[in-house]
Design a protein around this ligand. Structure first.
Ligand code: CND
Ligand code: ZN
Ligand code: ZN
Length: 375
């Protein structure tokens, strides 16, 4: 009944940096060719959304609708959409998969040319927005904009998932779980018996731990300034716990000592360039691998002694855990339904969508891992 019509609904609009999101009535235009309009059912709060609210990411255009970790149901599809129909369960994708560009064709990359990660145009692929509020256009965020009752996405930026999937759980495949787990198994390719260090124990960092454990790591060192995070880290498989506040020397020295010259794999899951350098320094010469996952403020840069790399350490990074999202996320959801992995403990809070700012407060206070909003 709504197909082809403008939908009026509620969304959390970010009008400008450094202020709470504002619940507004917005208009969501119908999907154009190769677009899909989705009724969002559940959406998680990720630190990346918060980086934008805090004004740390340059190039972002305000006002915009944030949110990139969600699951929902197709409401209607535009012309030419053949792989989805109204009623299908779906996960919007923060990076698309066009299947045709050099990165999509490269088996080792998932960074489709059609992504909006560095440019932050805030538009769909036809370079227009489907949202308006109070007569003004509102930008999209990395093609997902899930902090809304309805959103429109490009059809290359949405994955159709199994009809039995519980949307209030599998929403985490939109970001945290896929990002963390994939960073361990795809990007680092953690080997059985290895030692891993994970810096930052939020929803993404704990998912890295799940991935390291699944890959057979025998020692997983969890590092966080907030010791309250250690209990969950232990639950997911961490074996050692380090709070840098308990030491009066650089944390890489502590780690190198603990592990006889350094860890096999280090993961930075905070977005702090100082920690990125510590992570690199904590890896073993000759073969240690560091994976950057955290999103640092746009103005930040890293500097380190090139000898660290010359002597064989590897520094890399990935978005969404290196998964080719349109192909891989439906498979991950099916694996989850077949109980191949378990991550329900990542969700510490559930709130109605209208309480979204309370969810961000929990994140700021360090009280939550993931808050899932029911839309
Ligand atoms: P969240 O804020 O929940 O977790 C970060 C953790 O780091 C918290 O537990 C903090 O206590 C801890 N921490 C902060 N500073 C330090 C420090 N100096 N030393 C040790 N621990 C510290 O964040 P999240 O898990 O939602 O996200 C983590 C990062 O990953 C964040 O930067 C986010 O923007 C980024 C990210 C990347 C990707 C990707 O595709 N690569 C996807 N989503 C999020
Ligand atoms: Zn592509
Ligand atoms: Zn995220």
């Amino acid at each position: 009944a709504t197909a082809g019509k403008v939908i009026k609904c509620k969304a959390a609009v970010c009008w400008a940096p450094k202020q709470p999101l504002s619940i507004e009535e917005i208009e969501v235009a119908p999907p154009k060719a190769h677009e899909v309009r989705i009724k969002i059912v559940a959406t998680g709060i990720c630190r990346s959304d918060d980086h934008v609210i805090e004004g740390e990411i340059s190039g972002i255009k305000y006002p915009l609708i944030l949110g990139h970790e969600a699951a929902g149901i197709v409401e209607s599809v535009g012309e030419g959409v053949t792989d989805m129909k109204p009623g299908d369960k779906v996960i919007p994708l923060g990076i698309p998969q066009c299947g045709k560009c050099k990165c999509c064709l490269n088996p080792y990359s998932n960074l489709c040319y059609k992504n909006d990660l560095e440019k932050y145009s805030g538009m769909l692929l036809d370079n227009t927005s489907r949202f308006t509020c109070k007569g003004k256009p509102v930008h999209h965020f990395i093609g997902t904009s899930t902090f809304s009752e309805y959103t429109v996405v490009d059809d290359i930026a949405v994955a159709k998932i199994h009809q039995d999937a519980p949307l209030d759980k599998v929403c985490l495949f939109g970001c945290s779980f896929s990002t963390g787990y994939g960073s361990a198994v795809n990007t680092a390719k953690v080997k059985p018996g290895s030692t891993c260090a994970v810096f930052g124990l939020g929803g993404v960092g704990l998912s890295v731990i799940i991935g390291c454990k699944a890959a057979g790591a025998s020692r997983i060192i969890a590092v966080d300034l907030n010791s309250d995070k250690f209990a969950k880290a232990k639950e997911f498989g961490a074996t050692d716990f380090i709070n840098p506040k308990d030491y009066d020397r650089p944390i890489d020295e502590v780690l190198t000592e603990m592990t006889e010259d350094g860890v096999d794999y280090a993961f930075e899951v905070i977005g702090n360039t100082g920690v990125m350098t510590s992570a690199l320094k904590s890896t073993h010469f000759g073969y240690g691998k560091t994976v950057i996952i955290g999103l640092a403020p746009s103005t930040a840069t890293i500097s380190f002694d090139p000898m660290l790399i010359l002597t064989g350490r590897v520094l890399t990074g990935a978005i969404l855990g290196g998964f080719k999202p349109k192909d891989d996320i439906p498979k991950l959801v099916s694996d989850y339904l077949n109980k191949k992995f378990e991550f329900d403990g990542l969700v510490t809070h559930r709130l109605p969508f209208m309480k979204i700012n309370e969810g961000f407060e929990l994140l700021h206070k360090g009280d939550s891992i993931r808050t899932v909003l029911t839309v």
